[in-house]
Design a protein around this ligand. Sequence first.
Ligand SMILES: [Zn+2]
Ligand SMILES: [Zn+2]
Length: 333
Amino acid sequence: MKALLFLLVAALAAVASALTPADLLSRAQALQSWMVEQRRELHKVPEPGFKEFKTHSRIVRFLESHNIPYRFPYAKTGIVAEIGSGKPVVAIRTDMDALPIHEPEGAAFRSQHEGWMHACGHDGHMTMAMGAAKLLWEAHQAGELPPGSVYIVFQPAEEGGAGGDIMIQEGALEDVDAIFGMHVMPHLPAGSVHTRPGTIMAGALSFRVTVAGRGGHAAMPHLNVDPVVAAAGLVSALQVPCALTFLGIRNETAGSVHALHSPKFTLDEGVLYKGAAMHASVAVNYLRTYAVPGGQAAAAATPAQEPAEAEADEEEEAEAEEVEAEAERKDEL
Ligand SMILES: [Zn+2]
Ligand SMILES: [Zn+2]
């Protein structure tokens, strides 16, 4: 009887601790060597935005080997993996593209595409999303995942090209209630997570503005409207904020101390499993917090709530670091 009671207590404790952040972290830790392998394979084949073909194939192979359902293509090479069903729908987003940067000799898994490099950490982002997909899929198979769906969104062309925007236009996020993304950050300590409500860093978008002035004599500027002065003021007035979560990767021992987009940029691979656990934990927490009354059956009739964080994170797509916008503004001026 005592043994039975013990088993019952142990079983209840297991249910209570299933899919907590700590539980997901320890499950993710078990995937660490697999994740390092994935990241290095992706690192070898850095590709330009909308041409992430080998990257795409690798992700598809991963999804198929686990029987994880997915939809594609979106924005040429984009993929949306689907775990679970019904409402609410929470998405985890990663980017896929690399940069036209020559990777110096050194790493055994150095870029095999001369002149291209994963110098912004997107190889790590994809690996973390794949790790999260694996964790969530296994939890789904075991019946542990709360009702609802998790989409894992693989987005092309983050480094300009606005791949995320095109995926949205093509309907990739039509039924998504909230989406979360993250970027590695070399000046923040490895494994630490940083975010805040509202503005955290600048965003960039392209737009055209015509500034009309009124001509006159330079000696009487108060009677004229100088469009150059007005346009110069616009540049600083129209900086558009967006929200984002960062995962620190700064680790002196691992050498991951160089800026994003530097040829010396390197990832602290020790954070890979932490990123996967973070993604999985955010998704599970969302499904629990925004559960639709009546579960999946009520999905069609009951729209999910719109949390405040979701709005902020939607803007995360604007993170595409387009220098074009800046260049265009300069052209206008
Ligand atoms: Zn970048
Ligand atoms: Zn990036």
